[in-house]
Write a protein that binds this ligand. Structure first.
Ligand SMILES: [Zn+2]
Length: 291
C-alpha cells in the first residue's frame, strides 16, 4: 500500500464559503478540519506573499500536520526567444523558492517552457541550463530544503513529456530537483489514455523509491482533442479509481493535489477511494492530539 498525503490546490472552496476573504491560513485550517493532509499554495498569478507570511503559514501547517507545496506563477517560459522573459521567469522561480523555503514546503512546482523556435532538443538544453543556474542561486541563498519540481505538461507544444521530464531530472541528478507528475496532463498528452502502472513503473525505473508529488484533475474533450481544462472527478477522464487500486499494490510515498474545480470536495472522494483500496492515507493532526 502507498502512504498518501492528499489535499487541495489552493484555498479550499469550503473555507471561502465560510469566510469570503479566506486566505492561506484559513485554507490550511480548513484543510486539516475536513481531514486532508496536504495543500498546494497557489502563486499562479504572481508571488504576493511576504517571507514572514510564508513562515507563519508554515508554522500553522506543521502544527496541523498539513504538508505544504507551492505552485509557481504560470508566466514562466525558460525557452522564450526574449531573454528578458527568461530572466523574469527565473526571478519568479527564485521568489517562489524563497517563500517555499520559508514555509517549509516540500516542492515548488512549475511549468518549464514552450518549445517555440528552439524545438524539443534546443529547449531541453535551455531548460537544463536555467535549472542549473537556479540551483547555483539556491546554494548561494541557503535554500537547502525545498525542491524545484518540473511538471509534466499536457500540450504537445510544451516542454514536459513524461520521459522528457524524467530524463532531464535524472540527468541533473540533484536532490533538490524533482519531476512532478500531473495525471490529467499525461492523459491529455496521450490523447485520452493513461496506464497508471506504466507511469509508476517508469518512476521506479528512473527514481527508485523516491516520494512522488503529483496533481490530479479530470480534463475536457473539445474540438477533437483532449485539452487542459479542468473537470470534476465524476467526469472520469481519466478515472481515479484505477490509480487508487494501483497505489494500493505499491510501497511508495505519494502526495496527490486535487486540481479539479471541486478541489477539497474531490480530494475527499479520492481519499475514500484510496482507503477502500487499502492505502495508508495520512490524516492531519487532530486538535485533541495537540498538547
Ligand atoms: Zn501546474
Amino acid at each position: 500500500m502507498a502512504r498518501v498525503f492528499i489535499g487541495p490546490a489552493g484555498v479550499p472552496i469550503g473555507a471561502r464559503e465560510r469566510k469570503k476573504s479566506a486566505g492561506t491560513l484559513d485554507g490550511i485550517r480548513y484543510t486539516a478540519e475536513v481531514g486532508l493532509s496536504a495543500m498546494e499554495v497557489e502563486f499562479v498569478q504572481g508571488v504576493r506573499m511576504s517571507r514572514d507570511a510564508a513562515a507563519e503559514a508554515g508554522e500553522l501547517a506543521r502544527g496541523l500536520g498539513v504538508r505544504l507545496s507551492v505552485h509557481a506563477p504560470y508566466f514562466i517560459n525558460l525557452c522564450s526567444e526574449d531573454s528578458g522573459k527568461v530572466e523574469a521567469s527565473i526571478t519568479r522561480l527564485q521568489e517562489s523558492l524563497d517563500r517555499g523555503e520559508a514555509m517549509g514546503a516540500t516542492v515548488v512546482v512549475f511549468h518549464p517552457a514552450y518549445y517555440g523556435k528552439l524545438g524539443p532538443e534546443g529547449c531541453y538544453n535551455a531548460v537544463k541550463d536555467a535549472v542549473l543556474r537556479v540551483l547555483d542561486w539556491m546554494r548561494e541563498s541557503g535554500i537547502r530544503n525545498v525542491k524545484l519540481g518540473l511538471e509534466v505538461m499536457a500540450r504537445k507544444g510544451q516542454f514536459g513529456g513524461l520521459e522528457e521530464v524524467f530524463r532531464l531530472v535524472k540527468e541533473i541528478n540533484h536532490p533538490q530537483v524533482v519531476a512532478v507528475v500531473d495525471w490529467g496532463h499525461v492523459y491529455a498528452r496521450n490523447g485520452g489514455s493513461i496506464d497508471y502502472a506504466q507511469v509508476l513503473n517508469l518512476w521506479r525505473e528512473y527514481f527508485g523509491d523516491q516520494p512522488m508529488h503529483t496533481h490530479f484533475t479530470c480534463v475536457k474533450y473539445k474540438n477533437g482533442e483532449w485539452i487542459d481544462e479542468h473537470e470534476p472527478l465524476d467526469t472520469n477522464n481519466p478515472p481515479f479509481e484505477p490509480l487508487a487500486q494501483e497505489l494500493g499494490r505499491r510501497d511508495i510515498e505519494i502526495t496527490i493535489i486535487s486540481e479539479t474545480p471541486l478541489l477539497e470536495k474531490d480530494a475527499l472522494k479520492m481519499k475514500e477511494m484510496l482507503k477502500k483500496n487499502g492505502n495508508n492515507v495520512i490524516e492531519p493532526t487532530k486538535p485533541s492530539e495537540e498538547e
